[in-house]
Design a protein around this ligand. Sequence first.
Ligand SMILES: [Zn+2]
Length: 466
Amino acid sequence: MFNRPQSSHSKDRVAYCFNHDAGNFHYGQGHPMKPPRLTLTHNLVMNYGLYKHMDVFHTRRAFDEEIANFHSQDYIEFLKRVTPNNVNNFTKFLSRYNLGIDDCPIFEGIYDFCRLSCGGSLEAARKLTSGQTDLAINWSGGLHHARKSEASGFCYTNDIVLAALELLRYFPRVLYVDIDVHHGDGVQEAFYASNRVLSVSFHKYDGHFFPGTGSLDEIGTHLGKYYSLNVPLLDYIDDNSYAYIFKHVLSMVIETFRPGAIIMQCGTDSLAGDKLGTFNISVHGHGECVRFLKSFNIPLMTVGGGGYTIRNVSRCWTYETSIMANTPIPDVLPENEYMEYFGPDYRLNPPIVDNHLENANSRAYLDQLRIQIAEILRYMETAPSVQMQELPPDLQGFMENGGNWKVDEEEDDIINDTLDYKKRESPLYYKRRDKELTEVHINELYDDSNDQDHDGNTDDELEIEV
Ligand SMILES: [Zn+2]
């Protein structure tokens, strides 16, 4: 039924990238994003003995220069400087960078957290490009909403974009697959005008659910036209429906795009019972997507993402680690330091699915999505840009306008008319672009009138050379 290649006979090598420090951050009282879920996950992975079947790497923090491959220098400098104690000195920059509000608070060690997340994904990508591994994992990555100069949806820096750029140094084409309940808008935006990264996001979409983007008619622009695919789903989708649409779409995508490597964002807020999500998927249903992508024997890295019922986040990423490591593990959880989190069932795949919830995604709806996505892929195949470069170009030039390109509305209208889709109704995606995103000179960061000591430096700032 699906274009699934034969499994390879040799056992895949798996690089598990982790830094214990990543779990030691606190977004603030009552904030749904809880970094300790990474510690919980690592705890289960270790206690199941999965480390025996993988190469475990203690990853380093990303350097500023590495993060600057996507993010603007002024935004990075701001993240480095701002702390909960000095945030009042920087109020005029908070709205510019979308920081300090409920979603993206300033917390202690914010930039260190970013460096750890990015460092892990860069390490995972480099293990793939160097040929040291076939599969790589970084559960502390997957922060898909962050933009070039702006935080969004609990995400400050976009480790996925950095990892994709790293993969593009070696692989001509990279596929990005996102199964978080929210649209992978930050990654889509970064590569919206590129034909070398194909972004496919499965998410809840009703025009209002965060981040408000991800409709079927966001298909890319310029060279990237037809290289962004969105699968807008409705409430309470179950395992069968999810597998049905996921496998159909990815089979078509891989056959057409022929990626050299895949990044899979495994946000677990798509699980049933998530505090923010509205899907009805089990741990096994979520993991089935990983199993399916892995079966193509294409270099694959998985990263984390959302996930706000943290006992289930850690269960799911542990299960998916076992799939990557090709090592079945028992459903009964092993003795571990945090056992009390997993009661009353103490199982890996607990009964989280609610059978009383009605799946709003009918088979007819899913088939319609499938047909429309097949149609976009047909355009992609016949587009001139399908003459794909085999030699990766200079990345600096490649990212010159990355994340800050302007939408050619006229061209988009033509695309939409051609595909006979509902006319774009100025989605939030583009509305948000009207925020001024001009580069900020680093010196500006010193100029705040509230600067306490009037020498341009607050107490705990680092020396920088401008
Ligand atoms: Zn999410």
